[in-house]
Design a protein around this ligand. Structure first.
Ligand code: NDP
Length: 300
């Protein structure tokens, strides 16, 4: 293996530390404590784990955490009423509605009911439009985390060829927009892309956000390229015992690491950065709401 491992766990810890330092200063100098409200509808076990983890990390960096757990059969009207209340609560600077929502709730309607200035997930259509037109916005957490790691590793990204595999609204498209904003030459590949291996081999920066375990192999990677593996896939791991599983990315780590210059592992790469960036976004939203300078190095 020749690639440098980009340690997302350590990077996320450094982001949390920066956030905590800034939050402490906000409290001391301005008497302001950033607050993040997380809304969970239903009992989805994975969502419950995420929400718990978000709440814990929010408190650890010194912010206020407000958790709202609603029943599975909560009506759209009641959910929208809660969002309206949070929009108008000056103690709440960030609002996150944990996705997916139960089927009877319209996700677009709910997300677009959040005040864009408090939309720390960056999914509100106004934030999508602002990002797409290169203006100041709230930026989705996972791509923001990828961008931070890339900037840290490369310094300037200007002029680099970037290929993003995946065109989802939560990862692929915002990632491509962020890379474009940092003056990369950007290609978005997807399930209909012809000769995708050859397209990927052009990339100085290859971001895989596909949801297919170990799809990208070393022969897709340009020697020396930086590979950012967003995928989180659980696959059977009979070597660990019957019925056991393990997490893998969208990249085949071993073969990609032979060729790449740098690579994020799974787990321990992009994953830990997502919540760290949620905290960074909440801090940014709080600073903007109070017309204070934004935290350096924590925004796009
Ligand atoms: P989506 O399913 O929404 O999008 C997947 C994209 O991959 C689509 O654009 C699809 O193309 C493309 N795709 C699917 N199959 C292929 C293929 N064979 N060749 C090329 N492209 C293909 O996924 P998400 O963007 O939500 O998530 C992607 C991965 O990232 C998942 O593993 C997810 O778990 C992980 N993830 C990790 C996060 C983290 O915190 N680290 C956060 C969010 C996601 P098309 O549009 O043509 O169908």
């Amino acid at each position: 293996m020749s690639a440098t491992i980009i340690d997302g766990k350590a990077f996320a810890a450094s982001v949390r530390e920066k956030v905590a330092t800034h939050v402490a200063r906000l409290k001391e100098v301005n008497d302001i404590t950033p607050g993040l409200a997380v809304v969970l509808v239903g009992e989805d076990p994975a969502s419950q784990v995420y929400v718990r983890s978000k709440g814990k990390q929010t408190v650890e960096v010194g912010m206020n955490s407000y958790e709202h757990k609603l029943d599975d059969d909560t009506s759209e009207e009641d959910l929208l009423a809660l969002i309206d209340k949070l929009n108008n609560d000056p103690a709440v600077h960030g609002i996150l509605v944990q996705l997916p929502l139960p089927d009877h709730l319209n996700e677009d309607l709910v997300i677009n009911a959040i005040d864009p200035a408090k939309d720390v997930d960056g999914f509100h259509i106004s934030n999508v439009g602002l990002l797409g037109t290169g203006q100041k916005s709230m930026v989705p957490c996972t791509p923001l985390g990828c961008l931070m790691m890339l900037r840290d590793h490369h310094g300037s990204l200007s002029g680099l060829n970037a290929v993003v595999v995946g065109r989802s609204n939560i990862v692929g498209k915002p990632m491509a927009n962020l890379l474009l904003r940092d003056s990369c030459t950007v290609t978005i590949a997807h399930s209909r892309t012809k000769d995708i291996e050859a397209v990927c081999r052009q990339a100085d920066i290859l971001v895989a956000a596909v949801g297919r375990p170990q799809m990208v192999t070393g022969d897709w990677v340009k020697p020396g390229a930086t590979v950012i593996d967003v995928g989180i896939n659980r696959i059977p791991a009979p070597e660990k015992g019957e019925g056991k599983t393990r997490l893998v990315g969208d990249c085949d780590f071993d073969s990609c690491a032979e060729v790449a210059g740098a690579i994020t592992p799974v787990p321990g790469g992009v994953g830990p950065m997502t919540i760290a960036c949620l905290l960074a976004n909440t801090l940014t939203a709080c600073c903007r709401a109070n017309a204070l300078p934004e935290p350096e190095g924590l925004t796009a």
